[in-house]
Write a protein that binds this ligand. Structure first.
Ligand code: IMP
Length: 427
């Protein structure tokens, strides 16, 4: 297997970082292809915790080439901060490649993100306020600035001055915000450009050549399928394509080159930000899962909303992504819960829905149809083989396979690299 895509099968934060880190050990190239520093992965290596937002997790292995591809939006200040943080902790970052076509997240994008959220009132999305949406808006409006522009100071000056004039006008006249100073912004972005220049490349060529040589290429999705701008719970979504198709566009790789797609799902469900969430648990059980699972965002520290596993959502993820299998994470967080529920369908206006509803209103008003299964008392953190899991944990996983329709290929029972139970060869 040469090219493997890993996506979030729920609303993000499924523990992709852990799964990707596990797979990255066997990968020659690891690619980020969408999103920006709205994402956050925590990887634990020998008791040391690394928090990454933009740099692919593969950077923690000494020989892996890491790519930030064209579909990512990059806040250069954040990226340089991350490179500095990694370097100070002894990680060699020279294997990083950054697409010249990746768009820049500019200081005005963060302000616009906040202003837009404010104006949405009770319809707010609950964005990470990192300027991601406005950066993708500018890309689609064809007024975005790209990493490659930074390497051409004169052309960049010209583009920035046009765009900033517009943005300052919008900020001051419509929103009463302070305008940005052109010279200051221009100089700081030239500095960023100089610092990033050694990493900038045509990353589509690098990735395609690696695939053609039969090397192992891992595409690292950020966020999750339900946050996909087309296939998620619009408008409560992010502005990119976290689903598998996003890897092709976001990295400049044809779909025929991708061999397998794995979805990562927690053994339950979480969501940060606003929007409907049918299996949400607002009771003691939800509170316990949140505390035990430390369910607080890596990027914003916000408490995550917690709910039972939703198989309707997972079947949607299987279809949208063409999933080859599922990696189930955080199974250990369910230790000691007497009975567990899985939503296998929804009920809406007296009808049973097996498929994820096409209408946002139906999704909002649907109630889950649950199946209840007995939990297990044992702590499973030390288990390393599927057959050593308590019988009820094995049954829970087998039931997930039945109701979702794809095999469970990996189970995670803790934070460390070693807390992983692979059920088959993934590459
Ligand atoms: P944005 O991506 O900051 O525009 O936020 C849009 C929605 O996506 C909000 O509900 C965020 O909470 C959510 N979101 C963005 N990035 C992540 C992530 O990495 N994990 C989970 N949710 C995310």
């Amino acid at each position: 297997m040469s090219a493997v895509v890993v996506v979030g099968a729920q609303w993000g934060d499924e523990g992709k970082g852990k799964v990707i880190d596990f797979l990255a050990e066997q990968a020659d190239v690891v690619v980020r292809h969408q999103g920006g520093n709205n994402a956050g992965h925590t990887v634990v290596v020998n008791d040391q915790e690394f928090k990454l937002h933009l740099v692919p997790s593969g950077i923690l292995y000494p020989d892996t080439v890491c790519v930030i591809a064209n579909g990512v939006v990059i806040d250069p200040k954040v990226l340089l901060g991350e490179l500095d943080y990694l370097t100070k902790r002894g990680v060699d970052v020279s294997r990083l490649k950054i697409s010249s076509k990746a768009h820049l997240v500019m200081p005005y994008h963060a302000i616009l993100d906040a202003v837009n959220e404010d104006r949405r009132g009770d319809q707010k999305i609950g964005t990470t306020l990192r300027g991601i949406g406005p950066a993708y808006m500018d890309k689609a409006a064809r007024v975005g600035l790209r990493v490659g522009d930074l390497l051409h100071p004169e052309e960049f000056r010209d583009r920035l001055s046009r765009v900033l004039k517009e943005k300052n006008h919008l900020l001051s006249s419509a929103y009463g915000a302070e305008p940005f100073d052109f010279d200051e912004m221009y100089q700081s972005f030239l500095d960023y450009g100089r610092a990033l220049a050694p990493y900038v490349a045509d990353t589509s060529i690098i990735i395609n050549q690696a695939i053609d040589r039969g090397e192992r290429v891992l595409f690292e999705g950020a966020q999750g399928t339900m946050l996909d701008i087309d296939h998620g719970t619009y408008p409560f979504v992010t502005s990119s394509h976290p689903s598998a198709g996003g890897a092709a566009i976001g990295a400049g790789v044809g779909p025929t080159k991708i061999d397998r797609v794995y979805g990562v799902a927690k053994a339950y469900t979480t969501r940060v930000g606003d929007g409907p969430f049918p299996t949400e648990l607002l009771d003691e059980v939800g509170h316990d899962i949140r505390e035990r699972g430390h369910e607080y965002g890596t990027t914003t520290g916000r408490p995550r909303r917690v709910g039972w596993l939703d198989a309707v959502v997972l079947r949607h993820a299987v279809r949208i992504n063409g999933l080859s299998g599922l990696a189930v994470t955080r199974l250990d967080v369910l230790d000691g819960i007497e009975s567990l529920k899985i939503a296998t369908a929804y009920e809406y206006q007296g009808e049973r829905l097996e498929e994820f509803p096409d209408s946002a209103w139906a999704f909002r008003d649907a109630t889950p149809v649950y199946e209840t299964m007995p939990g297990w008392d044992e702590s499973i953190g030390m288990v390393r083989r599927f057959e050593d899991l308590p019988e009820n944990a094995q049954r829970y996983l087998r039931r997930i396979e039945d109701v979702v329709g794809v095999p469970v290929v990996l189970v995670s029972v803790g934070r460390e690299r070693s807390h992983t139970i692979p059920l088959e060869e993934l590459f």
